[in-house]
Design a protein around this ligand. Sequence first.
Ligand code: PEP
Ligand code: MG
Length: 599
Amino acid sequence: MSIQIFGLPVSRGVAIGRAVLVASSRVDVPHVFIDTSLIEEEVARLLAARDVVAVEFDTLKRDLPADAPAELAALLDVHQMLLQDEALIGAAADWIRQRHYNAEWAVSAQLEVLARQFDEMEDAYIRERKADLEQVVERLLRSLSRGVPSPVPDASRSGGRDFGGDEPLVLVASDIAPADMLSFKRSVFTGFVTDVGGKTSHTAIVARSMDIPAVVGARQASSLIRQDDTIIIDGDAGLVIVDPSPIVLEEYRFRQRQSELERSRLARLRHTPAVTLDGERIELLANIEMPEDSPVALEAGAVGVGLFRSEFLFMGRADNLPDEEEQYDAYRRAVEAMKGLPVVIRTVDIGADKPLEGLSSSELRHESVLNPALGLRAIRWSLAEPSMFRRQLRALFRAAHHGPVKILIPMLASQREIRQTLDNIAHVKRQLAESGKPYGEVELGAMIEVPAAALTLPVFLRYFDYVSIGTNDLIQYTLAIDRADEAVAHLYDPWHPAVLQLLHSTITQARAAGKGVSVCGEMAGDPAFTELLLAMGLRSFSMHPSQIASVKQRVLRADTRRLAPLVGAVLQSEEPEATCAELFHVGAAAHTQPAQLRA
Ligand code: PEP
Ligand code: MG
């Protein structure tokens, strides 16, 4: 029977496919398809990994100290039994043969199936054996990752599938860590659903950057959806439909075709300059997570990178954080790929929902457990780890030798932090000058994402060359709403008058001081806000490359001379969203549509 699950729409479009359930901790397991000719080799890989683990268990049992409790030996027997059970290995081999999953994927898929069966057991003792099964699978996965990798020449391309089942796959998980989302960029999934997360949680942000339909905060999704269910993800409405009826399926297939048409229509605007009807040139920049995203930014028509979230270089790295050379190389690659266009690189914004999992060195000491969003994150974290911070700054200045780099400091709130930051920068420049290593000059910017910064903007304008407004956090901290918590997601409101006032005053003051100002939070990429931000005087927007075309479409139709005088009415309104719709959009489209869009 068809069921509907509601969540938060975070990435537009419709995905229809077969559900692949993955436990949160296993999302970063490689998910690749195996060529038909290599299937038996992959099964052999699985069996070899099983044999390695079997020997590990034998050795562990043999080496048990004489006085070890008898339960330990019994437990190892249980693990050995689970490992040899056909319900695990035999069924995983079936996944490989029938679905062409690689061994890691096959084992984790089968674990999901068995884990459910355990959950449904009446007997508490048997139910608890699920944890044992999970431990066995962890060992198997570790053994696979140590051994020869899958014999897949073109692992990440789903297009390489050469078997009958070419139905797209969508991923269903309780949660996906931002770091794991990166491995996702290379994965085979065409959409995803998670139980937790808010609209501007970092998982949602990465989903948007991948431009695949996604619904987060769907609460029970991962327990209601079963492996292989056919599901529809409506990324516009935040709806997941499980086992849709044929008529609903057809309706959504139609919508899918429509949105593909719309995308290709918008793609034509790629290289059209973003200029309003009254001739104002608007800068549309890209938000990226990795240097490899730069070509996508250029392809989408971005005129630079407005936010390179450098923390993604640090995440999912266990204990080996990138050193100065590795960072320098990454920043230089981004700069060179942008071919002379400016690249704004933000210093690490670690913490809150972007922790450095698994790090055992001194850095982890700082992890804020109580209230991560209000804890030691972003610049606070960097200032608490000056050697790390300086390493990053050195790499940034050196990358600036290869093209225009602008450094951006996240989450500053006070003058003291500003001074400490500037001291570190001065120190690094002295070091570089003494070392004789080539480096370039950079513009220095502050993110305005804490209300305290917005309310004391003149201080920031005195010390920095430009400011960039991080609306995701500015909303979170202004409204006291955790942006990653789906329980309060309905209260996370970019239209709140307090947010709009802070935005307006920041833009106005920065412009009056002759300093650059941009918005790099999600509001910049949401076409619903384009006219309002233009009316407030914003001329620089940074967003995911996939959003550039839709925002550009709004820019091309806008007349800032008409919009600017209306901003007061929106700011005074108790319902700014409705006021905006009424003032900005009525009658605007038809007669002002530029030639490129009428085609
Ligand atoms: C923001 O807070 O708006 C922002 C752009 O930074 P992040 O989303 O990475 O916190
Ligand atoms: Mg932020």
